[in-house]
Design a protein. Structure first.
Ligand code: PAF
Length: 282
C-alpha cells in the first residue's frame, strides 16, 4: 500500500492506473476510521481494480466554534485498517496541499444544503462540496463511496456531480451500527460511558418512527411527537432538529409516504450526533 501526501504524486498515481484502463474506487474520509469506513473500503475493493482512501480533516467544513482542533486523529491505526482492507493507496495531504495561501474558489450546492445540518452549520456543505470536488479532481475516481449516515452530505454530493457533469459514479453505502443500534461515527469517541448509553436515544427515536410507519400512520406530526418524546425523556439530550422529509429534496413532509426520510441531530452533552432512516414498504 502506498501512502501519498503530495497532490502531484497522487495525480500521477491515478493517471497511471487509468492509462491501463483500470477502475478506481475511492473512499474520502477524515480519518479515525471505524467499521463504517471499512465497509466503504471493502465495497470499493470488491467493485474496482484499484482502491484509494483519503484521510484529510478538512478545515473548511468546520465552523469557527466547532471541533476542528479536537477532531480525533489516529493515523497509525487508520493506515493499518486501510492495509487490512487491501487499499492500494492512501492520500494523506496536509492542509496547505489542498488549500494554497491564495485559495479563493468554493463550490456551493444551493437548495439541498439549506435545511437540517446546513441550517445549524452555516458553510459546512460549501466546505464539503469544495473538498470533495478537489479530491475527485486529484484522485480521478471511477466510483466514490459515501455512507448514508451523512444523508444530506450524500444528497449534496450527488447534486454537485449531476450539476457539474462530473464523471464519477456515487455509491451510497448503508449506515453501519454498533450491536445496540448506535450509528458508527468518529465523534462517538467524544462520549463518556454515561453519554454513550444516552446516545442510544437517536436510534430509539428512529425505531419508534419506524413502528408508526409499519402501523400505517401517515401524519408526520405523529412521528415527530413520538421521536421528540424519546429524545426529551433522555437526560442531557438536546435536539438540534427532528424532521420527516422527502428523501430527494429534503423538504419537510406533512404526510408520510413510502420512501420518506426521518432525520435528526441531537446533542448529547457537548457532542452533536446525527442519524436517519428511510421508511420503505417491504
Ligand atoms: O464524511 C466525511 O468524512 C467528510 O465530510 C468528507 C466527505 C471526507 C469530506 O471532508
Amino acid at each position: 500500500m502506498e501512502v501519498i501526501s503530495s497532490t502531484p504524486e497522487m495525480k500521477a498515481w491515478s493517471a497511471a492506473r487509468l492509462r491501463d484502463c483500470r477502475t478506481i474506487g475511492f473512499a474520502p474520509t477524515m480519518g479515525y476510521l471505524h467499521d463504517g469506513h471499512v465497509s466503504l473500503l471493502r465495497k470499493a475493493r470488491a467493485e474496482n481494480d484499484a482502491v484509494v482512501a483519503s484521510i484529510f480533516v478538512n478545515p473548511t467544513q468546520f465552523g469557527p466554534n466547532e471541533d476542528l482542533s479536537t477532531y480525533p486523529r489516529d493515523p497509525e491505526s487508520d493506515l493499518s485498517k486501510c492495509k487490512e482492507a487491501a487499499v492500494d493507496a492512501v492520500f494523506m495531504p496536509n492542509p496547505t496541499q489542498i488549500y494554497g495561501p491564495d485559495h479563493q474558489t468554493f463550490v456551493e450546492v444551493t437548495e439541498v444544503s439549506k435545511p437540517l445540518c446546513g441550517a445549524s452549520r452555516p458553510g459546512h456543505f460549501r466546505g464539503v462540496a469544495t473538498v470533495v470536488l478537489k479530491l475527485f479532481n486529484i484522485v480521478k475516481p471511477t466510483s466514490a463511496y459515501f455512507g448514508m449516515k451523512d444523508y444530506q452530505q450524500l444528497r449534496v454530493i450527488t447534486t454537485m456531480v449531476r450539476d457539474l457533469d462530473l464523471e464519477v459514479n456515487i455509491v451510497p453505502c448503508p449506515t453501519v451500527r454498533e450491536p445496540d443500534g448506535l450509528a458508527m461515527s468518529s465523534r462517538n469517541s467524544y462520549l463518556s460511558p454515561e453519554e454513550r448509553k444516552r446516545a442510544l436515544c437517536l436510534h430509539e427515536a428512529l425505531m419508534a418512527a419506524k413502528a408508526l410507519f409499519e402501523f400505517g400512520e401517515k401524519t408526520a406530526a405523529k412521528y415527530l411527537e413520538a421521536m421528540e418524546a424519546r429524545i426529551k425523556a433522555t437526560p442531557g439530550a438536546n435536539p438540534d432538529y427532528i424532521k420527516l422529509t422527502d428523501p430527494r429534496t429534503l423538504e419537510e413532509l406533512e404526510t408520510v409516504h413510502d420512501g420518506a426520510l426521518a432525520v435528526l441531530a441531537v446533542r448529547i452533552g457537548k457532542t452533536r450526533l446525527i442519524d436517519n432512516m428511510v421508511f420503505e414498504r417491504s
